[in-house]
Structure formats: C-alpha cells, structure tokens
Design a protein around this ligand. Structure first.
Ligand code: GRF
Length: 194
C-alpha cells in the first residue's frame, strides 16, 4: 500500500459502489487505500463487504447522539483517528453540518444519481422518468452543507429509453457510477500526493 491516499468511505446501505472502490484499491488501480468504512446503519450490507476485504469498519448511529452537531463531531474525531485525507460518501444518507464540511474543506466527495443540479435529493430515477427526460446520469461533486449542492467535479450521462422503468434506469445509472467514481477518486488522490 505504498503511496496511496488514506481514505474513508461513508455508507448507509448496500455498498455496491463501495465494492468497486474496494476492488480498484486492492487491485492497485486506484491510488487511494480505504482505511475505514463508516456507516450510520449497523445493518448496512456494505459493512459486510468491508469486513470480507479486511477493512476496518465503524458504526455511528444517529440515535446515540443528541444533535447533528454532536454526531458530526464524533464523526470528525473518528475520521481524524484514522488519519484519512479524503472522505468519500457512497450512499451515505446524512447531510453533513457546516463545521464538519469546513474542517475537511475540499476533501469530501459524494456521488449522486442524477445530472446535478437536476434532481437533488431522493427518487431521482422516478422524477426523471416522470419529467419525460431523454437523458439521466450521475454526478461526482465536492460536498458542502447543502443537499447535493457542492461544486461538480465530473458527470456521466446515460440515455433514457421509452421502455425504461425505475429499475432499468437505476441499473444503467449505477453502471455509470461504477465506472466513474473510482476514476475521480484516483485522480484526486494522485493530485493530493504530488
Ligand atoms: C448510489 O446510487 C449513489 O449515487 C447514491 O446512493 C447509491 C448507493 O448505492 N448516493 P450503493 O450503496 O453504492 O449500492
């Protein structure tokens, strides 16, 4: 693991994007190593993916903290304890508060399943289909204290076909995510280590 950037991946669920990041990291294609996977849900399947890859895991449950600020302070301490220099949100279903975002300014990334600024928030596939869009996609962006609103780094569009369902569009969009996120992380990690 020489010359790879210590990185945290934050999840809340399945972790299919996390799996790609694990594979690319362990395969030596991505210049970032996953020092820890943190979840706000103890039953997130992504935690199992991390364990199977021998990656340290941590659970921070919202119910154990009185406020968002308390939660984010605990999260900050955890991230510091692992010495991470990059924080990758990958299906992490919480908004980060301003102090945390500012503390790690420019070091937190998110992937969102729409062509932002279109469709921040949830149900992006359904909303794109209902709007009659011809194109959907995914966006990697820096995180600020807004919902899916930080500066865009890169996007990957996918077509919408007339017979698409939420499931088929989700599947196509996620394939684009699997191809996009690790490349952006790799690029940022290389630049950070220059
Ligand atoms: C991804 O589609 C990502 O865009 C969004 O949450 C989803 C997480 O899926 N932020 P998974 O947990 O990586 O399978």
């Amino acid at each position: 693991m020489n010359n790879t950037l210590p990185t945290a991946v934050l999840i809340s669920g399945n972790g299919s994007n996390l799996q790609v990041l694990i594979d690319k990291s362990l395969g030596g294609e991505m210049q970032a190593n996953i020092a820890v996977v943190i979840s706000d849900k103890a039953d997130a399947y992504g935690l199992e993916r991390a364990r199977q890859a021998g990656i340290r895991t941590e659970v921070l449950s919202a119910k154990d903290y009185a406020s968002r600020e308390n939660y984010d302070e605990a999260l900050r301490l955890k991230l510091e304890a692992y010495g991470v220099q990059l924080i990758v949100l990958s299906g992490f279903m919480r908004i980060l508060s301003a102090p945390l975002v500012q503390y790690f300014a420019g070091k937190i990334l998110n992937i969102h399943p729409s062509l932002l600024p279109k469709y921040p928030g949830l149900h992006t596939f359904r909303r794109a289909l209902e709007a009659g869009d011809k194109e959907h996609g995914t966006t990697v962006h820096f995180v600020d204290e807004s919902l899916d609103g930080g500066p865009i780094i890169r996007q990957s569009p996918v077509p919408i076909y007339s017979d698409d369902t939420v499931e088929s569009l989700k599947e196509r969009t996620q394939q684009a995510e699997y191809d996009l996120y690790w490349r952006v992380i790799d690029e940022i990690a290389r630049k950070t280590m220059e």
